[in-house]
Design a protein. Structure first.
Length: 98
């Protein structure tokens, strides 16, 4: 049996209550395999998903929906040493990360 996380979209519903993704430049810390990324990215302007695990980033790249390829980018990085200058993102998201 495959585990389904949030099949009723409750997580994304609550995220949208607290953050306005509309046209936003989003940094998703600990994006993993893109499980959450694919569910909000169509509303965002640009998304940068980072994760320290190359295998998880590899899975995200394999599952990349064609419609989101112009707005979602992935990078191998750690939250403790972000490779971006200040002020690049409108909001940061961290969910289900250790």
């Amino acid at each position: 049996m495959t585990v389904q996380r949030d099949p009723d979209e409750i997580e994304v519903k609550h995220l949208r209550e607290f953050a306005n993704f509309s046209g936003a430049r989003v940094l998703e810390i600990g994006c993993g395999e893109g499980r959450l990324t694919w569910r909000y990215a169509s509303a965002a302007g640009q998304v940068m998903g980072i994760d320290p695990d190359p295998k998880r980033i590899g899975v995200a790249l394999q599952d990349y929906p064609m419609a989101l390829r112009s707005r979602v980018t992935f990078a191998l990085a750690q939250a403790e040493t972000l490779p971006f200058p200040n002020g690049v993102f409108d909001l940061a998201l961290l969910a289900w990360s250790l």
